[in-house]
Write a protein that binds this ligand. Sequence first.
Ligand code: LLP
Length: 415
Amino acid sequence: MQKPLDHRRLRALAAEFGTPLWLYDAAVIRERIAALKAFDHIRFAQKACSNIHILRLMREQGVVVDAVSPGEIARALAAGFSSKGGKSEIVFTADLATEDTLALVVAEEIPMNAGSIDMLRQLGEKSPGHRVWLRINPGFGHGHSNKTNTGGEHSKHGIWHADLPAALVVIAQFGLKLVGLHMHIGSGVDYSHLQQVCGAMVDLVKAAGQDIDAISAGGGLSIPYRDTDALIDTAHYFGLWDAARKEVEAHLGHPVKLEIEPGRYLVAESGLLLSEVRATKDVGKNHFVLVDAGFSDLMRPSMYGSFHAISIVPAADEDLSQRPLRDSVVAGPLCESGDVFTQTDGGVVTPRSLPAAQIGDLLVLHDTGAYGASMSSNYNSRPLIAEVLLDGEGGNNARLIRRRQTIEELLALEA
Ligand code: LLP
């Protein structure tokens, strides 16, 4: 969401749609897509934000998608993507899939980005000749948290690099069509390792000794959650991968497509979580500001100790600079001590200096467009909250793209 925030607008949106509320700014998503246009394919990792309307917006901009479950395949199909007839608008990435999922992948002719040799074999038995990618774990990785590092021996993801020859045997056995090699070594990566990642891809292509059409850089691009975080230089990022692609092309003797598979980068900064301050209290030395959103809505701070910038929106027009600053622990309504938005990895509550919050103020958690709504749960029997997309001139057109779940809907599954 573009800063500074328009307080009146946010109050009007809260009044119209209620809180807590997810808001997305379509213009920001379009800008981020444009910044990656140098890549041949931008494949959106929809796990970051899988609302069908966001997927449609992506599709209108020429972005294709990744899916990791039957639900994500259904969303991609509903948004109009298809992989039938040799298209590859949907790719299914998985280390494992059930029989039903494999049947769906086969019926929809969706290329599989296989993360295990067992999956290759099971797919080959069902669908000889099927298009596949190999997701390789190059033996190293990194992420903003240990939980998002997907390379190395601790990670369940990908085919271990030394097993590449064994994977190729299975591919040959079932006449599978190898489209390309893929690496996603983690989320929230540190760019100092990029050269090493690109080098590993070139080495893998050479080691495979197969003809391929494409390579995928995976996702992982970071965004500046803090003012002090560096902005990613997408031209530099593309340049390093493009150089790797050129080495691969020289080796294979023909053009090779370069894909990228970001989730966070495309959507994180487009989104915010709007909540309402419902209570404040002092607990020993800590001043708590309690809002109506919890980790059932935004899980990242509780799960990874993630930082999200916080703003206060006064209940009525007011110059906030006149309010005293107060070290505040921002927490939610859940019956669990870890339901705190200002904490570090390991659950240490960390007060944030904010204009002293009052009951009825709105509280904004910024940069929640990625892994916000998509990681929500019904914990404490709280219904999923609504999502609104702002689009059109100045974002003036507010469209409800997911209505709030009702308590009746929650109970209905158990009827
Ligand atoms: N490709 C694959 C195969 C992935 O597993 C992921 C993310 C991506 C692409 C996109 O990664 P991104 O560009 O968004 O970093 N819940 C965590 C992030 C988990 C990411 C899982 N896989 C968070 O909130 O930070």
